[in-house]
Design a protein around this ligand. Structure first.
Ligand code: UT7
Length: 331
């Protein structure tokens, strides 16, 4: 049975840098608070009129160039986002059109911060069963247009950033490369602890003047609760993956966890007794980019940590749903 290897990664973030100091001009916050509580120094936000699929398109062009593939080499698109260009259709169709790939299947994944690993799991199953050989896996987000920039939303708004990361996945027969396993979880009892209610099908009409003062169209988060679950679930998911493959923490060359908050990453590192060399963070520059955060971080980390062919990489994420996931792969 073939395995799923990463042929190349590609990333793209908008040029516009938004600093913590700029945010303190719009709401009651400070650079000191944001850095102490989250580690974030700045994030990238799009200019008006740019959607998640535009960021995904730029990241894909870079990945295609890195892999020396043509767009036409892609057999299928799997696209994770919580901030699609439109309510429907999904962003995978918009990206497919930008890439000029009519007829190629385009699947959207709605699993928030865990979306990239959920997508990897689906793509891996397709490749292993032989349905497709070359898959474009995308994580892309534009949060900035959907955030509450008043004091009311300051806990959420300071965290999130825009960006895209993609992986070109290919079937390989090389036993020393590729995805070993993926592990997916969810607990919908916590669905309303991190969510954006509107516009949604339970609201009739979905959008009208009465919705505006309620602010139900902005994301809401029980930050402490999310934090406490995240620091337990991510280590748990990685240990589950290691156990299934008969591997140990010391076998991991690099762990890339969803970049939600630097304090969460530090807690994951401590809980798993990982060294600084086994970890990598770039939330300082980009904030929390949800489905894009793992590929954005992985692309920098493999260079910074000098990851070599065959090295073991662990991925893990936690986010809205609640959903959480892990994957083990050999580079
Ligand atoms: O990616 C999906 C998953 N998301 C996450 O994993 C995020 C998880 N949660 C977190 O990262 C943290 O809970 C936050 C960064 C969101 C908040 O940090 P915290 O240490 O949990 O702070 P808190 O919510 O307990 O708030 C502490 C204080 C409060 O004031 P009082 O009640 O102590 O007077 C907040 O009102 O900080 C206040 N606060 C702020 N102050 C300045 C909340 N947001 C801000 C802000 N600037 N932006």
């Amino acid at each position: 049975m073939p395995r799923t290897a990463i042929a190349a990664l590609g990333t793209y973030v908008p040029e516009r840098v938004v600093t913590n100091d700029q945010m303190s001009g719009w709401m009651d916050t400070t650079d000191e608070w944001i850095q102490q509580r989250t580690g974030i120094r700045e994030r990238r936000w799009v200019e008006e009129g740019v959607g998640a699929s535009d960021l995904a398109f730029e990241a894909t062009k870079r990945a295609l160039a890195a892999a020396s593939w043509e767009a036409g080499d892609i057999d299928a698109i799997v696209y994770a986002t919580l901030s699609p260009d439109a309510t429907f259709p999904g962003d995978a169709c918009f990206l497919q059109a930008l890439l000029g790939l009519p007829g190629v299947p385009a699947l959207d994944i709605r699993n928030q911060c865990s979306g990239f690993i959920y997508g990897l799991s689906v793509a891996d199953a397709w490749i292993r069963c032989g349905q497709y050989k070359r898959i474009l896996l995308v994580g892309a987000e534009v949060h900035s247009t959907g955030l509450d920039k008043s004091n009311r939303g300051r806990d959420v708004t300071v965290i999130f950033g825009d960006g895209a990361g993609v992986a070109l996945l290919e079937a390989t027969e090389d036993p020393n490369r590729g995805v070993l396993s993926t592990h997916l979880h969810a607990d919908g009892r916590y669905a309303r602890d991190l969510w954006c209610e509107g516009p949604g099908s339970k609201l009739d009409p979905r959008v009208d003047g009465a919705l505006i003062p309620t602010a139900r169209y902005f994301p809401k988060m029980e930050g402490n609760k999310v934090f406490k679950h995240a620091v337990v679930r991510m280590p748990q998911a990685v240990r589950e993956a290691l156990k299934q493959n008969g591997l140990k923490v010391s076998d991991i060359k690099l762990l890339v966890n969803h970049q939600a908050n630097l304090r969460i990453t530090e807690a994951v590192q401590k809980a798993m007794e990982l060294s600084d060399e086994q970890m990598y963070s770039n939330i300082q520059k980009y904030g929390n980019t949800t489905a894009a955060s793992i590929p954005l971080c992985l692309a920098e980390a493999v260079v910074a940590r000098n990851v070599q062919r065959g090295d073991l990489i662990a991925l893990t994420a936690f986010g809205a749903g609640f959903t959480w996931a892990s994957a083990l792969l050999r580079w």
